[in-house]
Design a protein around this ligand. Structure first.
Ligand code: GLN
Length: 550
């Protein structure tokens, strides 16, 4: 099937699978390899296959799945796509994340339409063909030199089997030297024995070989160095060349160290050798500079993040990353203070928010912790603490301002109080008094117009920008004049002026909040302007008040 087309000959395919346990950082490994290949001058594209049956992670609880990462085209995707965009220059679309749910939906759709002409519809070949078709489609669309495909889940999972079968077939079809398999595995250190153990890796590779896949490279996640002997053992027992045994130790400081670690292991050299790609070595000078700022920053600041999924760092993945990037831009290390919003309701803002350089309230849905977030916005406004609100973080800042500056008692968002006498945040349909409530999500990249002479325009250095959205509720325009008169500046709106996108406070060192999600477009080598400005303000604030770090 795959042999004839032109792109099939020019695009090289790398498949990344994972073994032994989940959470090994397969996505990071794939993204880091992407960085190295891109810096060798290759055009790289990355995609993720997720074996679960949900059509997309949009409806999944963040506790189950971590953050939902939103793309320009509005696709709600796996957070690994965030790594791909942060580590490489690839622009991703909904085509770059395929779930079993999507595959089966397509197959069943075709079956109902009669496309299979009366045949029995089966996992092999119908489901596997659908998976293979996605790779061809993407290669056609993006025309990359290298397409890296990460298979979610762990080898041995029943639901992952069709994907593994599909990549096995695909590799055969594109032929030797055009596709390789990289298996990310775990080499645990057993404390009682004082040793690293290779057996789980051997078994996981055996499982792959059982279904016809022999990895070319093994990326061994480990907390201790592997050593020559262990590498030899893994090489011999797993049928992988010695130099294909790559050590990926836990990083000391930052995930951004991973590409440099893999480069030291010569992983990209080997990949290029296997795939017959002739390129100069990767120039990672700019990346080393980023790491220097992360490892030994000139300054430090403590930033409080007030959310409702604080126990799970993955739930706000892109937010933490973007704050870190803001730190890189200011040569400023970040100490995170993760604050459960509900605890502010219980223990008070003073107790939990004193000694912070800046306060950030990220996005969210549902009313748990909302009053705590409102208290956080109030504290930041009244005390002059730098504040950055993202999506719900803008909405709570609006509610707070309405209640305590404008004196609009009971002001709220209709998401949390349908009967509010002052619905300062509401669905558009409610604002227009339409009875049929749709409440569909506003998703993806849209244009934002910035006001001349606003802090927003100064930070961006532009008057028109594009930002990604994921929300239903909007600022209620009925209240605009009242807010404006009190010093609440609407510094960004949709091009028609109807939708409020960015706000800032007049009499405050740095109080900014946006309806969109700037965190999805920040990169370590291209920190987002709002985060850059926020960390600069936070550092200055902490410095003036001599807020020390622990
Ligand atoms: N729940 C709010 C809305 O739907 C905010 C969404 C968000 O923060 N992503 O408008």
């Amino acid at each position: 099937m795959a042999g004839g087309d032109n792109h099939m000959k020019t695009t090289k395919y790398i498949f990344v699978t994972g073994g032994v346990v989940s959470s090994l950082g397969k996505g990071l490994t794939a993204a880091s390899l992407g960085t190295l290949l891109e810096n060798r001058g290759l055009k790289v594209c990355l995609q993720k296959f997720d074996p679960y049956l949900n059509v997309d992670p949009g409806t999944m609880n963040p506790y189950q799945h971590g953050e939902v990462y939103v793309l320009d085209d509005g696709a709600e995707t796996d957070l690994d796509l965030g790594h791909y965009e942060r580590f490489t220059g690839t622009k991703l679309t909904r085509k770059n994340n395929l779930t079993s749910g999507q595959v089966y939906a397509r197959v069943l759709d075709k079956e109902r339409r009669g496309d299979y002409l009366g045949k029995t519809v089966q996992v092999i070949p119908h489901v596997t063909d659908e998976i293979k078709a996605r790779m061809v489609e993407l290669a056609d669309l993006a025309k990359p030199d290298v397409l890296i495909t990460e298979i979610g889940g762990t080898t041995g999972d029943i639901e992952g089997l069709p994907f593994l079968e599909a990549i096995r077939e695909f590799a055969l079809e594109v032929g030797y030297n055009n596709a390789i398999f990289i298996h990310v595995t775990y080499v645990p250190f057993i404390r009682a024995a004082g040793e690293l153990k290779t057996k789980p890796t051997q078994q996981s590779v055996a499982k792959l070989r059982e279904i016809g896949i022999t990895p070319h490279i093994l990326v061994c996640r480990t907390e201790k160095p592997l050593g020559k002997e262990l590498r030899e053992k893994i090489s011999l027992f797993c049928n992988v060349p010695f130099e294909g045994v790559i050590e990926e130790k836990d990083v000391d400081h930052s995930i951004y160290e991973v590409p440099l670690m893999l480069q030291r292991e010569r992983m990209d050299d080997l990949v290029c050798r296997f795939l017959r790609l002739e390129t100069p070595p990767a120039n990672m000078g700019h990346w080393q500079d980023i790491i220097r700022k992360l490892v030994a920053p000139q300054h430090r600041v403590r930033i409080g993040v007030v959310g409702k999924y604080i126990g799970l760092p993955d739930a706000y993945k892109s937010v933490y990353e973007a704050i870190t990037h803001g730190g890189i831009a200011n040569d400023c290390g970040i100490e995170f203070e993760r604050i459960e919003a509900e605890n502010i309701q219980k223990e008070g803002a003073e107790k939990l928010l004193a000694n912070l350089g800046g306060i950030l309230v990220p996005g969210g849905f549902g009313d748990r912790g909302v009053e705590g977030k409102i208290l956080a916005a109030r504290y930041a406004r009244e005390r002059g603490v730098p504040y950055l609100g993202l999506c719900l973080g803008m909405q709570v800042a609006t509610i707070e301002f309405a209640r305590h500056v404008l004196g609009l008692e009971g002001a709220h968002s209709t998401e949390f109080d349908k009967q509010s006498p002052h619905p300062v945040i509401a669905l558009l349909e409610e604002q227009r008094e339409v009875t049929q409530l749709g409440g569909t999500m506003r998703l993806g990249s849209q244009e934002v117009q910035l006001k001349t002479d606003s802090r927003g325009a100064r930070l961006y250095g532009a008057f028109t920008v594009n930002e990604r959205h994921r929300h239903r509720y909007e600022f209620n325009n009925r209240y605009r004049a009242q807010f404006e008169a009190a010093g609440f500046i609407f510094s960004g709106t949709s091009p028609d002026g109807e939708l409020v996108e960015l706000i800032e406070l007049r009499d405050h060192p740095f109080f900014m909040a946006c309806q969109y999600h700037p965190e999805f477009q920040s990169k370590p080598d291209k920190p987002h302007p709002l985060f850059r400005g926020f960390i600069a303000a936070a550092h200055q604030y902490a410095h003036q008040r001599e807020i020390g770090l622990t």
